[in-house]
Design a protein around this ligand. Sequence first.
Ligand SMILES: C[S@@+](CC[C@H](N)C(=O)[O-])C[C@H]1O[C@@H](n2cnc3c(N)ncnc32)[C@H](O)[C@@H]1O
Length: 140
Amino acid sequence: MGVVSPAELYLQDFHQRVTGATGAAFNHLRARYRQREYPSSYHVLASSVPDSDDAQTVLDLACGDGQLLKLLAEGRRSSLRLMGVDMSQGELDAARALSAGGGRFIERARAATLDRNGLCGLRVIPHGPDAHGQHRPGAR
Ligand SMILES: C[S@@+](CC[C@H](N)C(=O)[O-])C[C@H]1O[C@@H](n2cnc3c(N)ncnc32)[C@H](O)[C@@H]1O
């Protein structure tokens, strides 16, 4: 895990004590994005994965308890390889429990320590009823 910053320590402690809080808060909260309604902001993010038969890897960075990965796995697109990374052990345990059906690769790591070679797109959608997508420049 390398040298953990005070902010990361705080977050790890928080997520150990209230594991699954984000999913519990937002999983059933409808979201609006670009004039469309979605069952949740997780659905907004899931809809941004290109619909293709080509092999694709989706990395959910800071996956928490794995709500997005579960949703993508339920889509049952065999071309999708699903990976989740989070630095909080409690959230990882919950994500692994949620992925008991298999099909997901979930590891503990801090974002700063990841090798980002080969990353071709980054999508961030803040939770809430009005989701605002953010693309990394040059991202697809
Ligand atoms: C607000 S929760 C969101 C979880 C999930 N993305 C979701 O939407 O349900 C933030 C998550 O980010 C993780 N996290 C925060 N900073 C991180 C970092 N630097 N590296 C890895 N995980 C991190 C926390 O452990 C926590 O599980």
